[in-house]
Write a new protein. Structure first.
Length: 159
């Protein structure tokens, strides 16, 4: 399958939210309870600011968003960047989309002089990131609005 990677635009936000929701509800179910997934979706924020900064990317198959992800470069930490908001539409999972978006983000960061990447991964994403050289730095339970907790993993790598 050929995917086109492009910068997300403001008018993509509703379709991006749809991909995020379906991805989380389908691909995270073997790691989390439904109630945890639903409450954790509230934690996905800042996508609009990533779009505005030109650092949120979409993988498209035809005119369908197959996956999305981006990077935040903190001006105070010019040598580090955070990988954020990686989601793949369930019908496109296991097709290399997240790999392509991650490679695109890494290339973008290298051009900016970034030397290391960090992220907070779900348990479902952890094997993917490990496969691409990220190492675990911390495991923690994120409190959710419904009183439950969502297990997450902080990871980083040099590029």
């Amino acid at each position: 399958m050929n995917f086109n990677i492009r910068n997300a635009k403001t008018e993509d936000i509703e379709n991006i939210r749809e991909v995020i929701g379906s991805s989380a509800r389908t691909l995270q179910i073997q790691y989390y309870k439904n109630s945890e997934i639903e409450a954790a979706l509230e934690l996905v924020n800042g996508i609009e600011s990533l779009i505005d900064s030109g650092t949120y990317f979409l993988a498209e198959y035809g005119n369908v968003i197959a996956g999305c992800g981006g990077v935040t470069v903190n001006s105070a930490e010019t040598k580090r960047a955070e990988i954020r908001g990686f989601f793949v539409a369930p019908k496109f999972s296991r097709k290399g989309i997240a790999s392509q978006i991650l490679a695109y983000c890494e290339s973008h960061c290298l051009k900016m002089g970034i030397e290391s990447l960090f992220l907070t991964s779900t348990l479902s994403g952890e094997p993917f990131y490990k496969n691409y050289g990220f190492i675990e730095t911390e495991r923690f339970d994120q409190a959710l609005s419904n009183g439950q907790f969502f297990k997450l993993v902080k990871m980083e790598k040099l590029i």
